[in-house]
Design a protein around this ligand. Structure first.
Ligand code: MV4
Length: 503
């Protein structure tokens, strides 16, 4: 086993990896930018090295500098966390060349899954269902027109190099195809320097369900069940849970077997995630892509399986066997995670950087906070504004929701705006409680909120009308001129309720 690991990341995930290392009695090396001198991961690590100015391109993405630090500090392995260099095959090759172990999959597996078209081809060859569509880039508008017609509208245009919804366009009918194709290609070129775009049949309001897989260097591949990640805002996951409210044991076994086929097909090693779109109509599922890293939302899988995924990653990288076989993986209870962002939910989720002047974390049964900040720390503008992942565990989904609702009441962050109030509302949302989740959830959530707001306004108007009628029949003790200048407290209350100064 390794004696010292360098963590090439920051924030909550760097802290998470340090925690696993400490439990395994492995020394830790942090790296930090100027903006992170006082960051929690720097304080938690045994050693910390400065690697550059705040922009990630000059610090957390500078792999030659990071490898140099690893050599200086005597770290035998590098954990990349997620984001930054975690899916950069070139980085993996350089780390390996320097005689250091990369904690993650081989670069060939990363590259095979890096392009969407390449990933689709591998899934098809492995006998895994993919969304009906092409496996070659479109060559012309005529080609697009013919292909779209053969699958039938609506179709989805996707950038092969894509990610985060970039270059993706939903086309409802043939009339919208030409401009969608042009937009998709130019966005793909601008974002990835690659304008290869292909067509898939659009799945209407699918669920996004992903399977956690694990593979070791001895050719063993297992899956750890699914995570439901349908609640997304601008292609960013917001709330995740395990298991999915719709997944039956049969569907889980089927999807798990498919995920393992994909892992085998690329000789995968370590922690990976195979994403699927699931249609609610007939529970048909389709391979979407594979993420060749530890994911942000891994805690919900840890909570229901009892398996420490970071510990397993480190064991696998050291060439050890997994600590479990497929039959040992038993799902217990239900876990829900909310991503706590330094963003203002009342202002279109505008980032809210600044000093955290107060931090009170929920306590008591079934709660877990994976944080990257402390009271007094500064949330900078340079990096992703996620400050913590807050997760709860319950014996079933209903208990988990009750627990999340209670814990969110306890959670206090002062000095900056956070998404906590938004999660408090989601936990009371009837569709969320019913488990009716799909990619249209957030849009529907805001529509439901608007409807409720209208109901409240109608109630206030009725209240004011009642108050006015009451004030007319009640003889006032004040003079009539006084009465006009100072409405009685019913009217005042009505005005307050409506937030207007004039009726
Ligand atoms: C789709 C789709 C419907 N049909 N593909 C893929 C990447 C992801 N960020 C969005 N993706 C989608 N691909 C086909 N053929 C719908 C989505 C989608 C989505 C998927 C999961 C979670 C949220 C989503 C929001 C909008 C669209």
């Amino acid at each position: 086993m390794f004696e010292k690991i360098l963590i090439a990341n920051r924030g909550e995930i760097a802290c998470r990896v340090i925690r696993a290392c400490r439990e395994m009695k492995i020394a830790t090396v942090a790296v930090y930018s100027d903006a992170d001198r006082d960051a929690l991961h720097v304080r938690m690590a045994d050693e910390a090295f400065h690697i550059g100015p705040p922009p990630s391109s000059e610090s957390y993405l500078r792999w030659e500098k990071i490898i140099e630090v690893a050599k200086t500090a005597g770290a035998e392995a590098i954990h990349p966390g997620y984001g930054f260099l975690s899916e950069n095959a070139e980085f993996v090759r350089e780390v390996t060349k320097a005689g250091i172990t990369f904690i993650g999959p081989p670069p060939e597996a990363m590259e095979a899954m890096g392009g969407k078209i390449s990933a689709r081809k591998i899934a098809i060859a492995a006998g895994v269902p993919v969304v009906p569509g092409t496996t070659v880039p479109l060559t012309s508008f005529d080609d697009a027109q013919e292909t779209a017609a053969s699958f039938g509208y609506p179709v989805m245009l996707k950038a092969s190099a894509g990610g985060g919804g970039k270059g993706m366009r939903l086309v409802a009918e043939e009339g919208g195809l030409r401009s969608a194709l042009e937009n998709s290609q130019s966005e793909a070129r601008a974002s990835f320097g690659d304008d290869a775009v292909y067509i898939e049949k659009a799945i209407v309001r699918p669920r996004h369900i992903e399977i956690q897989i694990f593979s070791n260097t001895h050719g063993n591949h297992v899956h750890l069940g699914e995570r439901e990640c349908s609640i997304q805002r601008r292609h960013q996951k917001v709330v995740e849970e395990a298991p999915s409210p719709i997944n039956s044991t049969e569907l889980r076994d089927e999807m798990g077997a498919c995920a393992v086929k994909v892992a085998k097909a690329v000789d995968y090693v370590g922690a990976g995630t195979v994403e699927f779109l699931v249609s609610d109509l007939d529970k048909s599922f389709y391979f979407l892509e594979m993420n060749t890293r530890l994911q942000v939302e891994h805690p919900v899988t840890e909570l229901v399986t009892g398996i420490d995924l970071v510990r397993e990653q480190i064991r696998v990288a050291a060439g050890e066997k997994l600590s479990f076989v497929q039959e040992d993986v038993v799902l217990n209870g239900h876990a829900i995670e909310c991503r706590v962002y330094a963003e203002d939910p009342d202002n279109n989720f505008l980032p809210s950087p600044g000093r955290i002047t107060r931090l009170r974390l929920p306590q008591g049964p079934g709660v877990r906070d994976d944080g990257g900040v402390y009271e007094g720390s500064e949330v900078s503008i340079y990096y992703d504004p996620m400050i913590s992942k807050f997760a709860v565990y319950g014996k079933d989904r209903a208990e988990a929701i009750d627990r999340m609702r209670r814990a969110l009441q306890e959670y206090e962050v002062g000095g900056i705006k956070t998404t906590l109030p938004f999660f408090r509302e989601i936990m009371d949302d009837e569709e969320f409680i019913a488990g009716n989740l799909d990619t249209g959830f957030i849009a529907g959530f805001y529509d439901r909120k608007k409807t409720t707001a209208v109901d409240e306004t109608s109630r206030d108007i009725a209240l004011i009308a009642a108050a006015l009628a009451y004030s007319k029949v009640q003889p006032s003790s004040a003079s009539s001129s006084n009465h006009a200048a100072k409405p009685n407290r019913w009217v005042m209350a009505g005005r307050d309720a409506l937030h207007v100064s004039r009726l």
